[in-house]
Each structure stands twice: as C-alpha cells, then as structure tokens.
Design a protein around this ligand. Structure first.
Ligand SMILES: [Zn+2]
Ligand SMILES: [Zn+2]
Length: 141
C-alpha cells in the first residue's frame, strides 16, 4: 500500500491527517532502515521545523493501531519502526544496532506453540543477532 491508499483508508475511519503526519508516514514507507522515533523526528524536522516529538509518537501509535506499520521493541533500547506491516524476520547487528529485513516464508509454528502452551497464539517474531558486513570489515582492520 502506498501513502495515498493509507491516507484514504484512515480518512474514511475519521483520522485527521496533517502534512507533518503525512511526512512521517511517507518517510517510513520510503526507508528500509527501521528508524527509531528520534531518527524519524530528525528527518521530519528538516522539512517541518515546528514538529514535536509528541506528534511523532502519536502518529506512530495511530499508524500501528491501524495496522499500517510495525513496532519492533528491543527491551530498554528505543523501538524501531517498520513501514512494512506484514510479519517478516529481521537481522540485528550487535555492534552498530542496524536492523535488516530477512524475507523468507514464515515458519509454520504458531499452531505448535498453541498446542504446547495453551495460548491462543496471534503471531510470532524472529530475529537473528550477529555482526553486519560493514562491522565485520571493521573487525578485520
Ligand atoms: Zn553493524
Ligand atoms: Zn522490516
């Protein structure tokens, strides 16, 4: 879905959209970097100097609640945000913190998890930790 489709859908649900909110959405759809709220703030502020961090958080929460983005939380580190709301896996660099997509068919494990736990399983998340190619180059120097 592109920004126009998402804006139209949300408008039909009565969600008010300002140019700032639109800039947040467009940035998330245009990047594969999984930015933090702070990084989104820095990016949007270049175009809209009056934007507040509160607006960034409100907009991210709203987009998440409506299922248009994913929040990847990492314990006490800042969450990262993903403009692709479909479940997919990630690789995380332990050195620089970079998060990269790993696209493969989803593992068919939800049913097994339900059987073993008695949970009603809604989904699963998988991440691989390691050292990214750039950091590996640094290690070799
Ligand atoms: Zn790295
Ligand atoms: Zn992703």
């Amino acid at each position: 879905m592109d920004a126009i489709d998402i804006l139209r859908k949300l408008k039909n649900k009565g969600v008010r959209f300002t140019p700032q909110r639109q800039a947040i959405l467009e940035f998330l759809l245009s990047t594969k970097s999984h930015p933090t709220a702070e990084e989104i703030y820095q990016h949007v502020r270049a175009k809209f100097p009056g934007v507040s961090l509160g607006t960034i958080y409100n907009t991210l929460n709203m987009l998440k609640e409506h299922g248009h983005i994913l929040e990847l939380s990492y314990g006490d580190m800042s969450s990262r945000f993903d403009g692709n709301p479909d479940n997919h896996y990630h690789l995380v660099c332990s050195k620089c913190g970079k998060v990269v997509d790993f696209h493969r068919p989803l593992l068919d494990v939800n049913h097994e998890a339900e059987e073993m736990s008695g949970f009603r399983v809604l989904g699963h998340r998988m991440e691989f930790y390691g050292v990214c190619p750039e950091c590996r180059k640094d290690e070799m120097n």
